[in-house]
Design a protein around this ligand. Structure first.
Ligand code: ADP
Ligand code: MG
Ligand code: MG
Length: 208
């Protein structure tokens, strides 16, 4: 039965940051098509600040690590900065050196509800919430049946990727993408794509 520990959490954030660096142009292009084209840069500056904070002020546990990430996002521009800062801040409330699947699932669920309240976004509004909600639900289901964090995160990854893909056919109801109307159809929401990337980076080998 795996639990989430400090080294894994740090490596997870490092893999997420590396993936953001690799995908920054693709994310920017998505936001150019549905928004104002700054999402890749916003996300990159937040993950760079996260890594710098983890080096400057080494976290002692998984919760501390997510706290560094939260603070980095809260200091970043765009609509995504405060929303992801809030999300990671709630996830940062996980306690202790080893986090089990049930506790992690509960934290992601609370975090996702907080983002929904702040952004007034429901599933289907073509936002990051479209990937967060299925991931949180998958974590909760997996925690009930197995309790293994690695297995739970693998199901969350699939759910988040499917959730992100589901935004392709949607018309945006929140954020800048809601101003461009039908032009956003056929384009995946960049925020949802970033959440899928985050859960994909959880797997220790980073493999597909
Ligand atoms: P901005 O639109 O201010 O330039 P970003 O480009 O940093 O912000 O982030 C855009 C992303 O933020 C979108 O792809 C979407 O996922 C998310 N988003 C925008 N508005 C909302 C909202 N009200 N609720 C949830 N997510 C939102
Ligand atoms: Mg933008
Ligand atoms: Mg902007």
């Amino acid at each position: 039965m795996t639990t989430l520990q400090l080294a894994w959490t740090r490596d997870w954030i490092a893999r997420f940051a590396a993936e953001v660096e690799a995908q920054v142009d693709a994310l920017t292009e998505l936001d150019r098509l549905v928004g104002d084209g700054d999402f890749g840069r916003n996300l990159r500056s937040a993950v760079r600040a996260s890594l710098a904070a983890i080096v400057d002020d080494p976290p002692a546990c998984p919760g501390d690590t997510f706290r560094r990430v939260s603070d980095a996002f809260l200091g970043t521009g765009g609509t995504s900065g405060p929303l992801l800062g809030l999300w990671f801040g709630r996830i940062a409330e996980v306690q202790g050196d080893e986090v089990g699947a049930a506790e992690f699932a509960a934290a992601v669920d609370t975090a996702t509800r907080a983002v929904q309240r702040l952004g007034r976004a429901e599933v289907g509004h073509k936002t990051m919430v479209d990937a967060m909600v299925p991931a949180a639900d998958a974590l909760t289901r997996a925690a009930r049946t197995s309790g293994d964090v690695a297995a739970a995160l693998a199901t969350a990854r699939t759910a988040a990727e499917e959730g992100a893909e589901s935004t392709r056919s949607l018309l945006a109801r929140r954020g800048r993408a809601s101003y461009v109307g039908g032009h956003a159809r056929g384009v995946v929401d960049p925020g949802a794509q970033a959440i899928a990337m985050f859960f994909a980076a959880a797997a220790p080998d980073g493999a597909a």
